[in-house]
Design a protein around this ligand. Structure first.
Ligand SMILES: Cc1ncc(COP(=O)(O)O)c(C=O)c1O
Length: 357
């Protein structure tokens, strides 16, 4: 009896297929494929025909290359290991004008995607003039070996936000920039901008774009709450077990630091073998767990345990589900527990038993 983290392979693939439909998708597999496991996720994505991947880590990019000799692999963070990029045919972002001028001689034979900063301000060329400056300067470079500009991209920082106008602002700025460059005859093999939220908001890939750069939806969580649950399904189950059921009386405090005070005599508390040490977020403990298809309130969260208030139908050894497709990670994201990726990333794969079924 140990708490487990398990993914249903078939459901994972079915969900990804359903997300991509007929669209060209660049699968974001950063941070160990949102903690689903890089090798596992890449294998499933290749299986359903995705052959374009992006990550922020050179180490992950190389691991993808070892699994997928023909894939397009795009590194969203700039790195300085230029020989490795050439050796493993990894394409990379151009994160600023200064990066270009400082490293243009070292970037030879590397395929580069020009990045537009836009509202996120995390990385990228600041204006269309900076983008044109790089292209013009690059054209005039007569060296036989020089970098190869293949892509144009940005990241929408506000596509998940509905209460502010910022998505429309960044979207308009970007589409105008793309239109202007294309109208002026600039050409790019790849143009990509959309995360999951933008992909669903736009009902597919934006005009002139070759790919949507999708992460969380491929992993089974909705980026925003008005997407029908049937359209994105969770293949992950995280569950613990009832170790024992104990009774406490009104006025008894349970858990560290007076976490829960019983208000009734004979309150039944299931002691469950999973806690924040396994990666369950603290705010998640303000909600319920699923036992025998019924939801019960979590009353206290400890490192290796939690208390769940139960009724007579719950017994030792019953399974306690923290997450599955009926009690999904995204439900708690929308209740304010933390971003989908925050809860997924927090899962402790060393303490939970990890299974792919
Ligand atoms: C640059 C970039 N592109 C795409 C994504 C994918 O976003 P999502 O997981 O919301 O689809 C991310 C995720 O944070 C990102 O940083």
């Amino acid at each position: 009896m140990t708490a487990t983290w398990s993914v249903n392979r078939q459901l994972f693939k079915e969900n990804a297929k359903n997300v991509i439909q007929d669209n060209q998708i660049m699968a974001v597999v950063k941070n160990n494929a949102y903690h689903y496991g890089l090798e596992f996720a890449v294998e499933q994505f290749l299986d359903i025909g995705i052959n374009t991947f992006s990550t922020t880590s050179l180490n992950e990019a190389i691991r993808i290359r070892k699994m997928a000799p023909n894939a397009t692999i795009f590194l969203m963070n700039a790195v300085y290991e230029f020989d490795m990029l050439r050796e493993y045919h990894i394409q990379m972002t151009l994160p600023s004008l200064s990066f270009y001028y400082e490293n243009m001689n070292e970037l030879y034979d590397i395929q580069i995607h020009l990045e537009y900063e836009n509202l996120l301000h995390r990385s990228g060329l600041k204006t269309i003039d900076e983008i044109k400056e790089v292209i013009q300067h690059h054209k005039q470079n007569n060296k036989e070996h020089k970098m190869n500009i293949v892509g144009l991209w940005t990241h929408f920082g506000y596509a998940d936000e509905f209460d502010v106008p910022d998505y429309q602002i960044e979207r308009t700025a970007w589409l105008e920039l793309v239109d202007t460059l294309l109208d002026e005859g600039y050409q790019f093999k790849m143009i990509h901008a959309q995360n999951s939220a933008s992909y669903y908001r736009e009902q597919g890939v934006l005009p002139h774009h070759t790919h949507a750069r999708v992460g969380i939806a491929l992993y089974g969580s909705r980026p925003y709450s008005t997407i029908n649950e049937m359209n994105i399904k969770q293949s992950l189950t995280v569950k613990g077990n009832v170790i024992q059921v104990r009774e406490v009386n009104a006025g008894d405090f349970c858990g560290y630091s007076f976490a829960f005070e019983a208000t009734k005599n004979n309150t039944k508390l299931a002691v469950v073998d999973v806690g924040y040490g396994d990666g369950i977020l603290k705010a998640r403990a303000q909600h319920e767990a699923l036992i025998n298809n019924k939801r019960y309130p979590i009353r206290a969260l400890m490192m290796s345990h939690m208390f769940v208030e139960v009724d007579d139908s719950v017994h030792a050894q019953d399974e306690v589900i923290l997450y599955n497709n009926d009690i999904r990670v995204d439900e708690f994201t929308f209740k304010g527990v933390g971003a989908n990726s925050e809860q997924l990333s927090a899962m402790n794969h060393d303490s939970l038993i990890k299974e792919y079924r």
